[in-house]
Design a protein around this ligand. Structure first.
Ligand SMILES: CCCCCC/C=C/C(=O)SCCNC(=O)CCNC(=O)[C@H](O)C(C)(C)COP(=O)(O)OP(=O)(O)OC[C@H]1O[C@@H](n2cnc3c(N)ncnc32)[C@H](O)[C@@H]1OP(=O)(O)O
Length: 360
């Protein structure tokens, strides 16, 4: 059944009013079908490898080969109509702002209640991947939590993931001439981010509600208590990303887990279950997911009623011996990563991630 130009234009209009983001893969499919329908087979020059977004779009269009414009128009209209029918029938009521919620954050939700400041990663559609804005918001939230009248601070994730770590888009849309600056700026931001964990003056509790990847795992060594749901997993895929450890994990994880286990984790990308992470000392306790939030928050509220200053000075005693060492390790890890981010090993790994995403 041929799709008229009018129906094709109607589909384009409907697309503009979609409420739910269809995701990168679908957007690439729509882009490719639109180009094929309006311009025919891909006739653009192939972008450079470094220009990940343009390359992914070119690949998507080029992969349609000689699909006719009429067929492309029809597939486009069918895809849009499937997205429209998948839209939520009624837009969910905006959740009423949580009691004690702090304004001025977009990628995290910060609340202070019952002497607890909770920092919740809030990019669930992206598995709480940490983009530059989120690094800066977490830094600010921790700096403020360190000075507010809470007794303890908690970090957790919204949705099914704790966090999938560094947002790999942080490396995209970078012109070749800007790569060195990207790496330098990234190292400065990372050093500040890890530094705020090193310096945090109150008990910092990680409530690991789901899978955790990369930097949210490595900074667990700088947290004081780590409670995990039994559906959480812990993964530091640094070598497969052509990168290297951060978060002071290159120093703390061998101390926590022993070299043999830390090497398997940090060098060879071994993913740990919550039970394994607990057995290796990275996690304090694991709870059944069905009762995780209830059990953990009951404990945290009890902890938050303890004498605030006693907790702060005791944490200081526990951490001060290593502080200078941690600053030095953080600096060294950031220096090494600056070089890693410019390496072919890392660039190829990031390109592969996005090319896998772009496969039609
Ligand atoms: C200032 C710089 C500081 C750098 C510090 C150094 C830090 C290092 C690290 O943290 S290394 C670890 C980096 N993280 C990853 O490599 C994980 C990448 N993501 C994945 O492998 C997968 O997404 C997954 C296994 C986490 C989840 O897979 P799945 O369940 O199949 O979900 P999707 O892949 O469909 O994810 C949904 C949606 O989210 C996007 N997304 C998820 N994680 C990331 C990420 N880390 N970076 C960018 N985007 C991510 C994914 O692309 C999907 O988006 P879409 O719906 O397609 O638009």
């Amino acid at each position: 059944m041929q799709v008229s130009q009018k129906d094709f234009e109607k589909a384009q209009e409907q697309l503009k009013h979609l409420k739910k983001d269809p995701g990168n893969e679908t957007k690439l499919k729509l882009y490719a079908l639109f180009k094929q329908a309006t311009e025919g087979p891909c006739n653009a020059p192939k972008p450079g490898m470094m220009d990940f977004v343009k390359k992914a779009k070119w690949d998507a269009w080029n992969s349609l080969g000689n699909l006719s414009q009429d067929d492309a128009r029809q597939k486009y209209a069918e895809l849009v109509s499937s997205l429209v029918s998948a839209e939520p029938a009624v837009q969910k009521e905006e959740a009423s702002p949580e009691e004690g919620r702090h304004d001025g954050y977009e990628t995290i939700i910060v609340t202070t209640k019952n002497n607890i400041t909770k920092i919740m990663f809030n990019r669930p559609d992206k598995k709480n991947a940490i983009n530059h804005k989120m690094y800066r918001e977490i830094i600010r939230a921790l700096q403020e939590a360190g000075k507010d009248d809470s007794t303890i601070a908690v970090i957790t994730g919204n949705g099914d993931y704790y966090s999938s770590g560094n947002d790999l888009n942080n490396f995209t849309n970078v012109q070749p001439s800007e790569m060195k600056k990207m790496a330098e700026d990234g190292a400065v931001l990372l050093k500040e981010f890890v530094g705020v964990f090193i310096d945090f003056p109150k008990p910092l509790i990680a409530v690991v509600n789901g899978p955790a990847v990369g930097i949210p795992v490595t900074v667990l060594g700088l947290c004081d208590v780590i409670y995990a749901s039994d559906r959480a997993t812990f993964h530091t895929p640094f070598s497969q990303l052509g990168q290297s450890p951060e978060g002071c994990s290159s120093y703390l994880f061998p101390k926590i887990m022993g070299f043999a286990k830390a090497n398997e984790f940090l060098l060879f990308n071994k993913k740990l279950t919550a039970a394994e992470a607990c057995a290796q000392g990275l996690v304090t306790e694991v709870f059944p997911d069905s009762t995780f939030q209830k059990e953990v928050w009951a404990r945290l509220e009890a902890y938050a009623n303890l004498p605030k200053n006693s907790l702060a000075v005791s944490k200081q005693l526990l951490r001060s011996v290593e502080k200078e060492k941690l600053y030095a390790v953080n600096s060294e890890e950031c220096e090494v990563l600056k070089e890693r981010w410019l390496s072919d090993e890392c660039i190829n790994a990031i390109v592969n991630f996005f090319q896998k995403k772009a496969k039609l």
